[in-house]
Write a protein that binds this ligand. Structure first.
Ligand code: NAP
Ligand code: GDD
Length: 325
């Protein structure tokens, strides 16, 4: 029998890769989107005739009940969130409402409407924040450093609580940074790859960045959606850390990206103090042993290949845009 998967945040980076993965496995994919007057969702336009889109918002309880009742999913993936850490200091209440309380609203809707559906919560390594130990695994205590991290910690604990209180098959995937050519342009990796492409093609000269010393565990988003799916195929619901186990600095990313384009980053990168955060997360590195051993999860793209993939994709996109101008 065809299974139905329900994805919040389907218009985002991960939503688009997850939809492709699940379509490939024969699922009926229902994606929740926010109303858009243009009715255009660029990352999933190529899938539009193969998926069902429904309109609702994580801030609206009745809408979530309505769309889950209508679709009666077997699996629910909660990827929707205000996901940009820097914006969470500008809009802490919105971030709490969407990224935190939104999880409560969706879990309530699942409990009322489709309690047998399996539930995936998109938790984040940002919950570790100022972590006392490195690498971080499923037992590392949380010390979030941003309103976003605080909201994600609420969502994580509530997912565990609904599993323990109501017996929901609910899993929290604690994912470290994952990137791709579909990454939003405000995140540092895509900001770098995009600007490198523009500099390479002569339309820009400079790249303004904040803290070059922060270290992250960067992987490829296409690999991480596989881990989400695997978590919901297990016999029992559990939580997993997913990451590469290797960290690099923002400066490392810059260096590899510029070098791939044949450029010297020192001639183009400027430090802009206004881009530094009120509280920084200095170092995140995963210990993904549990995901590798219990889910059989594997990486397919290493750091340098990921950087090159993003620079090449942006070079092609910027080149095309210039040709069309
Ligand atoms: P993304 O590209 O920013 O996508 C976020 C999605 O959430 C978009 O589809 C967005 O819709 C939707 N959304 C925002 N506010 C909403 C609301 N009020 N109601 C319903 N949907 C809403 O993020 P991503 O990189 O794909 O990440 C997916 C999830 O994983 C997020 O929850 C993120 O916090 C989490 N996560 C990401 C990473 C990472 O490195 N990428 C790591 C750990 C955890 P619009 O298109 O309408 O804005
Ligand atoms: N965005 C951005 N822009 N970040 C910069 C810049 C800049 O100009 N300059 C330096 N950075 C540094 C940030 O201070 C941070 O330490 C690091 O680059 C990564 O920033 P982001 O790419 O914005 O990602 P993030 O690590 O804050 O959050 C991402 O990963 C989380 C998982 O750890 C997001 O995808 C979150 O949604 C996700 O949960």
């Amino acid at each position: 029998m065809t299974k139905t998967a329900f994805i919040t945040g389907i218009s985002g980076q991960d939503g688009s890769y997850l939809a492709e993965l699940l379509l490939g496995k024969g699922y009926h994919v229902v994606g929740m989107v926010r109303r858009s007057p243009q009715d255009v969702y660029p990352r999933i336009e190529h899938l539009r005739d193969r998926i069902t889109l429904v309109q609702a918002d994580l801030t609206d309880q009745a809408g979530l009940i309505r769309v889950l009742s209508a679709s009666q999913p077997d699996e629910v993936y909660n990827l929707g969130a205000q996901s940009f850490v820097a914006a969470s200091w500008e809009q802490p209440v919105l971030t709490a409402e969407t990224t935190g309380v939104g999880v409560a609203r969706l879990l309530e809707a699942v409990r009322l409407v489709c309690p047998h559906a399996r539930f995936y919560q998109a938790s984040s390594s940002e919950m570790f924040g100022n972590a006392a130990t490195t690498p971080q695994d499923e037992n590392t205590p949380f010390h979030p450093r941003s309103p976003y991290g605080v909201a994600k910690a609420f969502g994580h604990h509530l997912t565990v609580n609904y599993r323990e209180s109501f017996g929901l098959f609910a899993c929290s995937g604690i994912l470290f940074n994952h990137e791709s050519p579909r990454r939003g342009r405000e995140f540092v990796t895509r900001k770098i790859s995009r600007q490198v492409a523009c500099i390479r093609l002569g339309s820009e000269e400079q790249l303004r960045l904040g803290n070059l010393h922060a270290r992250r565990d960067w992987g490829f988003a296409g690999d991480y959606v596989e881990a989400m799916w695997l978590m919901l195929q297990q016999e029992s619901p559990r939580d997993f850390v997913v990451g590469t186990g290797v960290d690099h600095s923002v400066a490392d990313f810059v260096e590899v990206a510029f070098a791939h384009a044949g450029l010297d980053w020192r001639r183009h990168v400027l430090i802009d103090e206004t881009l530094k955060r009120p509280a920084e997360v200095d170092l995140l590195r995963a210990d993904p042993t549990k995901a590798c051993e219990e889910l059989g999860w594997k990486l397919s793209v290493e750091f340098e290949a990921l950087v090159r993939m993003m620079v090449d994709a942006d070079t092609e996109e910027v080149n095309q845009a210039k040709g069309n101008a």
